[in-house]
Design a protein around this ligand. Structure first.
Ligand SMILES: [Cu+2]
Length: 325
């Protein structure tokens, strides 16, 4: 934004400004900054958001997104009407840093993490939706205006906006309890909140089991439940499976739809599969059954049983069940 401010500081009339911009294109091509994702110090809370999630820029300008979290995200501009691809597939494929997007061809990064950056240039005036292909409630809008139109905000405004939105998002939820059904031997396995601005939606996810250690007696059952509207978690004892989505073969269904397993010894391998709410309803799509949001394990014998969320253990989402005689 240095260039725009510099131009404004000179007292040219508007036609002269436009002429300048046309004659010296580089002068008008501002380089904007934005951030992807937010997290707190111990990584427990992950904000899935573009910060800010609405920007007004000029045709020819570019935006550099800096990824800020241990949780990966993508910066993705799909064509209107394009079927949303899996993040591993991309457009298909992934775009080089500095790609231009005008709506005619998809631009996307692969999964990127903190410290990485990606720049997109916007050559033509239009309004574009920005999404993360991993997190479905993470969207933003980029308004690309013609050079003759003034821009409503400068970089300092967006920096402040991003900081305020980051703080609001990370304070929007606390670690459990969020499940009124929960009995005594219960662990909250994740919670989250979706919110929105006129620019798009965002959400914050608590990547924690709400107790590090759960104490029970042999023969008792522990229930885990996920209160998050979108994020998947797993409860995984023993060997982590290559594909975390399906449950291990020793998992059965209770009559209320919850998954259930029995663990006899600390050598047993039990994996819940994705414990997650059903996808959001959308008119025109087939009705889905309820999600599987509860997982139960009956522990037959005393011992110390460590477990992880196979998706988020690197963020610290781990726990232990201690079974006493
Ligand atoms: Cu998890």
């Amino acid at each position: 934004m240095v260039t725009h401010n510099w131009i404004r500081s000179l007292t040219f009339s508007r036609p002269v400004l436009i002429l300048l911009a046309l004659l010296i294109p580089q002068l008008a091509q501002a380089q904007w900054q934005a951030t992807v994702g937010a997290q707190n110090g111990d990584l427990a809370k992950q904000g899935m958001a573009f910060l800010p999630n609405e920007m007004w820029i000029h045709a020819g300008d570019s935006i550099t997104w800096t990824f800020d979290t241990a949780e990966p995200h993508t910066v993705s501009f799909l064509k209107t009407g394009q079927v949303r691809p899996p993040d591993q597939v991309g457009c298909p494929g992934f775009s080089p840093d500095g790609s231009a997007f005008d709506g005619s061809a998809c631009v996307t990064t692969p999964r990127l993490k903190e410290g990485q950056t990606f720049t997109v240039t916007f050559p033509t005036a239009s309004n574009f939706k920005l999404v993360c292909l991993i997190h479905r409630n993470m969207t933003a809008t980029i308004h690309v205006l013609g050079l003759a139109e003034p821009l409503p905000h400068d970089q300092a405004f967006y920096d402040k906006q991003a900081q305020q939105e980051r703080e609001r998002l990370l304070s929007a939820i606390d670690l459990g309890p969020h499940d009124q059904h929960a009995g005594e031997n219960h662990v909250n396995a994740g919670a989250g909140v979706i919110s929105a601005t006129p620019g798009g939606s965002e959400n914050v996810v608590v990547m924690r089991f709400d107790q590090d250690k759960t104490f029970i007696h042999a023969g008792e059952t522990v229930e885990w439940s996920n209160s998050d509207p979108t994020a998947s978690h797993t409860i995984t004892f023993g060997v982590e499976p290559a594909d975390p989505m399906p449950p291990s073969a020793n998992v059965t269904l209770d009559s209320d739809g919850a998954r259930h397993a029995v663990i006899n010894t600390t050598a047993d391998n039990v994996h819940s599969g994705f414990i997650v709410a059903a996808a959001q309803e959308r008119t025109g799509l087939p009705q889905l059954p309820p999600g599987v949001t509860r997982f139960r394990i009956t522990f037959k014998n005393p011992g110390t049983y460590p477990y992880i969320c196979a998706i988020h253990d690197e963020l610290g989402m781990t726990g232990t069940v201690i079974v006493q005689p």
